[in-house]
Design a protein around this ligand. Structure first.
Ligand code: EPZ
Length: 435
């Protein structure tokens, strides 16, 4: 198993190129299942989760080729040969559930394994299922699988009111509604940039969609969709993560391709912590405004709120800020697993239910640590950049699911970071579903 060794090496400076968004790409790839024509995705991130989604799509009969060194994905589902997403893939990657809507819409039936729980929470998929049921799907849960059927072979448009905001359920319903008969209205829909990106791609394929980015999305179903070429939106979570690298170390870094509109709530908190964030022609430039980082209170919320996927990284920063911060996690019930690991590096964190109180310390100290999920592992790397001495992060396969060439990107800005190769690939190791 690979490990990453980080040695605190002072302020980082330089530039980091932001990749395409993992979570956007994972929703865009299943869109191929909706059409007989090719779909080309450019600016794709090179990550193990993306390779896993490609494996799943291939198992259904789609062709997926990786071009331009993995940055372009050429997908084609001219003829599908399967309609079953096996447990063995779904349990490793929760985003696999996103093939359910498109398969059902295109073929009129699908069997998809239920994902089960994961390290950050129970994460049920009831909202995905309820939305598809509202569109006429008949569902039977047996043997750990959802057996779904659209009577008459086609879903029908419906009004779907989500009782709580779900990114994945909105994506599944949106994908399915494109080919349903009639109009679908999704209310209390997720507004994340990944949803907007998916809607744009589907529209380029011929779908009739309006309102994405707001809480109400309207989809007029069409008989068939065509092909398209679509550029995957920049990864706002990778962006936010690397924005913290110059802040935690006291340096100055340009995030190339970064867009402020993707991270507004996060930037608001950085401003409150006394961090300077500037949009430039090339992206976003970040540095401390007055030498010290101040404590801030943060509560996670669906977009446009503060992203849960940046909570762990923010906790690493606030561990060394001046004062006491309060971090509240409202999306997932078990997403503070990084707190005890940060504590091993000298952080002072008290967790009570969904609230962590962080008292800033002068300096963190390197330690051997391990992480239980993707964002937790990168928070430990950020902490390691600012710590005195050596931090060894194990279970790096979590990191490889969502951060492309982390050691190269940070290394180019002066970080002392290296990967120690071990046995076993990321795919083989990723047993705990996160994405
Ligand atoms: C997406 O997960 C992301 N994954 C997650 O990123 C992200 O943390 C999450 O959205 C929230 O922003 C992908 O896009 C692949 P949800 P998703 O449905 O869609 C509950 C990362 O690190 N819920 O918006 O699964 C759920 O338990 C990952 O990149 C139900 O109760 O999240 C949670 O409490 C981790 N029933 C809340 O809703 C359902 O049917 C929001 O989850 C679905 C969700």
């Amino acid at each position: 198993m690979d490990r990453i060794v980080v040695t605190g090496n002072g302020p980082l400076s330089g530039a980091i190129q932001i990749s395409g968004a993992k979570n956007a790409c994972l929703a865009l790839m299943p869109a191929t299942l909706l059409s007989e024509s090719p779909l080309t995705l450019t600016n794709a991130p090179r990550l193990s989760d993306i390779r896993m989604m490609a494996t799943l799509l291939r198992s259904l009969g789609a062709e997926v080729s990786s071009l331009a060194d993995g940055k372009v994905l050429a997908l084609s589902s001219h003829a599908l040969t399967g309609s079953r997403a096996e447990y063995d893939i779904v349990r490793k990657m929760r985003a696999s559930i996103l093939v359910l809507g498109p398969l059902l819409a295109r073929l009129g039936h699908a069997e998809v394994s239920l994902p089960g729980g994961c390290a950050i929470g129970a994460r049920p998929v009831d909202l995905h299922l309820r939305a598809l049921e509202a569109m006429g799907a008949e569902l039977d849960l047996r043997d750990g699988y959802v057996h779904a059927r659209a009577p008459g072979g086609r879903l029908k448009g419906a009004r779907v009111v989500f009782p709580l905001v779900s990114v994945g359920a909105t994506e599944n319903a949106l994908l399915a509604a494109t080919l349903a008969k009639g109009t679908t209205v999704l209310e209390n829909a997720a507004r994340e940039p990944e949803i907007v990106d998916l809607a744009r791609c589907l529209r380029a394929m011929g779908a009739r969609i309006g309102g994405e980015g707001t809480a109400t999305i309207t989809v007029e179903g069409v008989d068939s969709l065509g092909g398209a070429t679509h550029e995957v939106v920049a990864d706002r979570i990778e962006l936010g993560t690397y924005m913290l690298a110059p802040v935690i170390t006291g340096g100055e870094v340009d995030l190339l391709g970064g867009r402020l509109d993707l991270v507004e709530a996060f930037v608001e908190k950085l401003h409150a912590a006394d961090v300077e964030v500037t949009q430039t022609n090339r992206g976003i430039r970040v540095k401390r405004a007055n030498g010290v980082v101040r404590a801030v209170d943060v509560a996670t919320a669906p977009f446009p709120g503060f992203p849960t996927d940046l909570q762990a990284q923010m906790m690493a920063l606030l561990s060394t800020a001046q004062g006491v911060s309060r971090l509240e996690e409202t999306i997932f019930e078990n997403r503070f697993m990084h707190a005890p690991e940060l504590a091993r590096m000298g952080a002072r964190i008290d967790v009570q239910g969904g609230v962590a109180t962080v008292t800033g310390v002068e300096r963190l100290k390197g330690a051997p640590v391990m992480a239980t999920d993707l964002r937790a592992s990168v928070s430990l790397i950020l902490a390691g950049l600012a710590a005195e001495g050596e931090t060894v992060v194990s279970r790096v396969y979590h990191l490889d699911r969502g951060y492309e060439r982390v050691e190269e990107k940070l290394g180019a800005c002066g970080a002392k970071i290296e990967r120690i190769a071990g046995e076993g690939s990321a795919e083989a190791m990723a047993e705990e579903g996160v994405s």
